[in-house]
Design a protein around this ligand. Sequence first.
Ligand code: FAD
Ligand code: NAP
Length: 557
Amino acid sequence: MIQDVLIVGAGFGGMYGVYKFRGMGLSVKAVEAGSDVGGTWYWNRYPGARCDVPSLEYSFGFSEELEQAWEWPEVFSAQPDILDYANHVAERFDLRQHIQFNTRVTSITWRDGDQVWELGTDTGETLRGRFVVMATGCLSVPNKPNLPGAARFKGQVLHTGLWPHEEVSLEGKRVGVIGTGSSGVQAIPELAKQAGHLTVFQRTPVYTVPANRKRMREAVQQEFKDNYREIREMQWRNAGGVSGFRPLKSAPSRANQPDVGPAASGVTGIPGGDSGGGLRIKAMTPEQREQVVEAGGLGMILAFRDIYSDIEANDIANELFRSQIRKIVKNPEVSEKLLPKDYGIGCKRQVLDRDYYDTFNRNNVSLVDLRETPLDTITETGVQVGSDHHELDVLIYATGFDAMTGALVRANITGRDGVTLRDKWADGPVAFMGLQMRGFPNLFTVTGPGSPSVLCNMLVAIEQHVNWIADCVAWMRENEKATIEPLEQSEIDWVAHVNEVAEGTMYTVPSCNSWYLGANIEGKPRIFMPYVGGLPRYREHTDGQAENNYPGFEVLG
Ligand code: FAD
Ligand code: NAP
């Protein structure tokens, strides 16, 4: 059987794809490597995993019934609650009947004669479809660095992005964690509570600010529910896909954190997802800057507008940040090691934490600075760093992901004339609006490189992409067109535009080595992958293409 649409992945992107294409009366099948829905929230079950976008915003907007039915327990929900939400969506819309689980797509090949895509799987099946939608996720391929001696370790080895489904008992154990990005920072305080002793192996210190920890108040949730249509519109108009809606009618909360807004500072983990704020750090005296932080917390440093594009302002903010951490971490030697010094705020995805710095005041936690003394080798019983051997029962990798391109390249996609995506992207991803690649007709990517994706509330980005792809497929069918793919020039122009808008931001300064740039993966070309121009500007491009019958694409009948 030839499916109208084959979807790879059953995270939020694949789930919404199934709902959308089925609703159009098309035959649709999704294939998922995991045993159930949820994607990110299915795989990342490590202690402390949670959202850095308020849950009332990090939720689907396509169904009013869903919006009204679902109750969020916290302002920023934890992984189990987000996974419950994914399960609820799957059940409410009866999606699982269209999803084949426990199946990894291992090859995707264009058959020009029949104008179909053929998908090979690790279960030995071949699936055929007219259109393919890659909903494989931007952060779905865990990165496990090839550390010397790693295979020798006899204890338990875990990765935050592949956390076991069964309970992991760390009680009384000597636990080591490598990595201090968002995953490590979320996990470390929880691991410290559970482990006998926790050793943190840090290569690059992080800038992290306290997350909002409030329980959801019923009145606030109700006000969101009463205003969801307007709120979804506000999300579409915001650079980071976050509405910034503040409840007006609900009695104000007595706690010092807002009811919907993100951290004490009023910022999310999303650049541009902030509700704004006109503060400029350079225009203030040192005393005024201190006062801002004292009044609003550490996260207020992120609200200064000028720090994201002005290096001098950024340096002032970095120093202000460091001065605050010195006050929290009691041991000055440990404190100095925790201070980022060779890159600035705004280069990497902003990290939000719960008691990260305080955790280093515990007497069962030690910090190993791998910049000071590099890791020599992993042994049978631990990690050797210089003359110190750290004995461990459990070693946890919180070492991130081969982001944005990893899952797409690994799916072994071969387009027209035998050209592979791996080859096409050898020097970095080339795509039109992060939605399609020339040479790969009728194959679409959800939140692909060159789209706002990871710089956005991703549920909003996912809905926008799936809607655009569905409209395109509907238009193709109405107009009896067989194939669509971008013009070569469209790709060239788009990549140039993506680079142009990223230039001059903190994301691309030479000192910045983020996964946005592929800098976390050895040998990966250094290219800034997401679109930093913001969701509204991006939508002008995507909507413009659809409204004008896809002038940037080659459409064959
Ligand atoms: P995913 O959820 O990654 O799903 C992709 C699915 O495709 C996976 O289940 C994978 O198994 C499957 N797959 C991939 N390749 C294949 C293949 N070849 N064959 C079969 N199946 C395949 N975003 C935010 O906006 N806010 C947040 O607060 C936030 N927090 C995050 C926290 C963590 C720990 C991580 C890792 C990411 C976070 N993100 C966040 C980003 C998150 O990935 C997205 O919000 C969203 O869940 C992505 O959904 P998706 O469906 O696009 O991809
Ligand atoms: P990450 O940000 O890439 O961090 C990986 C960490 O591992 C870094 O500290 C890195 O150090 C370290 N590392 C990698 N290779 C190493 C090596 N060979 N030796 C020593 N250290 C090594 O990955 P992540 O923390 O999983 O986060 C990835 C993204 O997922 C986030 O940016 C965010 O978008 C999303 N996420 C979000 C949340 C949330 O709050 N909602 C939580 C988790 C993840 P270097 O910096 O030196 O490379």
